[in-house]
Design a protein around this ligand. Structure first.
Ligand code: TQI
Ligand code: CA
Ligand code: ZN
Ligand code: ZN
Length: 263
């Protein structure tokens, strides 16, 4: 009899303080899903992936250990305060508002897409970084060394970073959020039909969008923003950032204080 009583005595307090489904877990999962839709895929897109895959995606993206679990470091990351930006703003940042911590930013170009002259690709990337340096304290410099702050590359299929490209169509490119420990990258899917014009996919427009990500901007809800998550052709000759893009990037880079603490 004694062992049974003992078991009871030990488990009773636990039974009282933890209901069958811990409400905090459900909260955390809901929070994660909202968060994921906000920063990564749309609700529709994420139905293609299991929760575990989404967690791995997020963990890879932020260079956390890829457990596929909503573990403590991951919970801490998604619960990080989202700076003091009011909800009326359409732009978004990555959690913790990471940004490039130097004003002098070097970039390199690893290779070029098929069918485009390299001089023109160089000009397009230069023009795309200028779009952002015009409205920030950042100065970009093209370098030919292996170590650069941002590397541009045109890669096909699986290319070693855990985010394989998918052939012509669908995913066009990706960029990682700024991280003090890793080189920034902007990868373009080599299988896309990259172009200077309205045919195929306009390289300049996608480059501006991806550089926005590489500098720390997430997607914007404002359809006039280049960070809006759908591709819409416009003539690069007359391209201007949306007001929302400018507000977003300036909030990030003119915040004065390095550490973006919220009261
Ligand atoms: N590539 C996605 C993108 O850059 C990858 C991605 C999804 C992403 N969510 C992210 C990257 C959050 C950083 C942060 O948006 S994409 C467009 C647009 C893509 C899409 O291939 O779908 C552009 C790449 F906006 F046109 F839809 C570039 Cl411009
Ligand atoms: Ca593709
Ligand atoms: Zn990649
Ligand atoms: Zn994007």
């Amino acid at each position: 009899m004694l062992p049974i009583l003992l078991t009871f005595a030990i488990f009773l307090p636990w039974g009282l303080s933890f209901p069958v489904i811990p409400p905090t877990l459900q909260d955390d999962l809901n929070f994660f899903e909202d968060y994921f839709h906000r920063f990564f895929f749309t609700t529709e897109e994420s139905q293609k992936y299991s929760l575990e895959d989404q967690l791995r995606f997020l963990q890879h993206f932020f260079r956390l250990e890829e457990t596929g679990w909503l573990d403590e470091p991951t919970k801490a990351l998604i619960r990080q305060p989202r700076c003091g930006v009011p909800d009326i703003a359409d732009y978004s940042f990555f959690p913790g508002s990471p940004k490039i911590e130097r004003n002098h930013v070097t970039y390199s170009i690893y290779n070029y897409p098929v069918g485009m002259k390299y001089e023109r690709v160089e000009k397009i990337i230069l023009k795309a970084v200028k779009i952002w340096s015009n409205v920030t304290p950042l100065k970009f410099q093209r370098v030919y060394t292996e170590r650069s702050d941002i590397e541009f590359a045109f890669l096909r299929g699986g290319h070693g970073d855990g985010f394989p490209f998918d052939g012509k169509g669908n995913t066009l490119a990706h960029a990682f959020a700024p991280n003090p420990y890793y080189q920034g990258v902007v990868h373009f899917d080599r299988d896309e039909e990259w172009s200077y014009s309205h045919e195929g996919i306009n390289l300049f427009l996608v480059a501006v969008h991806e550089i926005g990500h590489a500098l720390g901007l997430g997607h914007s809800q404002d359809p006039n923003s280049i960070m809006f998550p759908t591709y819409q052709y416009q003539d690069p000759k007359y391209f201007r950032l949306g007001d929302d893009d400018i507000k977003g990037i300036q909030t990030l880079y003119y915040s004065g204080n390095k550490s973006q603490r919220v009261s």
